[in-house]
Design a protein around this ligand. Structure first.
Ligand code: ZN
Ligand code: ZN
Length: 392
């Protein structure tokens, strides 16, 4: 059976889908990138071993942040940067979910509402933890915005990885006591007030677009109702402390890059319907389940999650912000860590080697560096592939 990838699904079904559905330019651009990544369309170059053991064609990658083929290098580079600055303390994973009633407003204002949510989470965590009844110190926070669930429907939780301690105004490191960062209900109440205030102000300034057919009065009523503690749930979950927190950041990074669906989850596609694996939990046990969708539904769900250009999905606050380098070094010293050292840029050849793939620039027979034997222009025809050659 032919290998099912997101690229083959898009190549087969997207042209017909696009003809029937008007799509924003950045969404069409993402679809084109997925369809053309590492094909003849964007061009590339041909390579050969100087001793003639091998000649091959190397096509250009799209490097789109939603492309599952191009995600690993960017993810690994980002992780190395985070690891170099990491504090050797407990970390806490907090998850902030918006009430579903805000989804229509979210869809009509993704960049504005993303910024407001990041701001509200920063204010909530940093303000509450800096308060005298809490830690009384400034923590480090990495916040990341996800927009999808396992079934690719709209589900925009914001994840925060928070240090289990912080720096006091006197410059001392103080750790969270008793393994409890903050009571979730306190965080939830502060977050709800902060986010609703921010939404009201944004609406008053005219920067919020109301979704059809919502009228201004309905928007006011909605925001008023969402402020009522018993009428609407604002879910905040603060997970048990993690001794180092690196695992949470790694899984976040790998899920944020490469779009909402990785190739390992795609099981089959018959041209009409596509089957994918989804994680499901029953009585605490993770059991993969199969979900079958019409191909058009899968495309629609995937396209919802293409990020609007220039929107950031990960932000750093407090000790984790780049302007807090001195405070970070002081905290690392208090925790017995050396000063931050800028890591060397991870080469893509190293990532290939870590994945156990053949070195992309060396001949697998004699180990010599391959030499470029020709450039394939964008949309140009590739040179004929002879027996024993590889089209990469
Ligand atoms: Zn790509
Ligand atoms: Zn060779």
């Amino acid at each position: 059976m032919a290998l099912v990838t997101l690229q083959t699904i898009f190549q087969d079904a997207f042209p017909a889908y696009e003809a029937l559905h008007p799509l924003p330019a950045h969404v069409r651009k993402a679809a084109r990138a997925i369809m053309q990544c590492r094909t003849a369309a964007p061009g590339g170059h041909s390579q050969a071993c100087p001793d003639g053991h091998l000649t091959r064609v190397w096509y250009t990658s799209c490097r789109h942040r939603s492309c599952p083929q191009c995600a690993s290098l960017q993810t690994e580079r980002w992780l190395i940067l985070q690891q170099a600055r990491w504090l050797a303390c407990d970390h806490y994973h907090a998850i902030f979910t918006l009430p579903h009633d805000l989804n229509p407003l979210w869809l009509a204002n993704v960049p504005v509402m993303s910024a407001l949510r990041f701001q509200a989470v920063r204010e909530t965590l940093c303000t509450v933890l800096a308060g005298p009844k809490s830690l009384g110190a400034q923590p480090g926070v990495l916040a990341a915005l996800h927009t999808w669930s396992q079934t690719l429907v709209l589900h925009p939780p914001l994840h925060g990885v928070v240090t289990g301690g912080g720096r006091t105004p006197a410059g001392q490191w103080v750790a969270v006591r008793n393994g409890l960062l903050l009571p979730a209900r306190v965080v939830m109440a502060v977050l709800r007030g902060t986010m609703l205030d921010a939404l009201r102000q944004a609406f008053a300034r005219g920067v919020l677009t109301l979704p059809e057919p919502m009228q201004p009065q309905q928007c006011f009523t909605l925001l008023h109702r969402l402020g009522h503690p018993r009428k609407t749930a604002w879910n905040v979950r603060i997970m048990e402390r993690s001794r180092h927190g690196a695992g949470v950041v790694t899984s976040l990074a790998r899920s944020l890059r490469g779009g909402p669906i990785k190739h390992a989850r795609l099981v089959a596609c018959d041209g009409e319907r596509v089957t994918l694996l989804q994680r499901a939990r029953h009585e605490g046990t993770a059991t993969p389940q199969r979900l079958t969708l019409p191909v058009a539904d899968l495309l629609q769900r995937w396209l919802w999650h293409v990020p609007v250009p220039h929107t950031r999905v990960v932000r750093a606050y407090g000790l984790s912000h780049h302007t807090q380098a001195e405070a970070l070094v002081a905290c690392r010293t208090a925790l017995g860590q050396p000063p931050v050292e800028a890591p060397a840029c991870l080469a893509w050849q190293t990532v290939c080697a870590q994945r156990g793939e053949a070195h992309p620039e060396r001949c697998p027979t004699c180990g010599q560096l391959l030499v470029c034997t020709g450039v394939i222009p964008r949309g140009g025809a590739p040179p004929p592939v002879l027996a024993g050659e590889i089209a990469a």
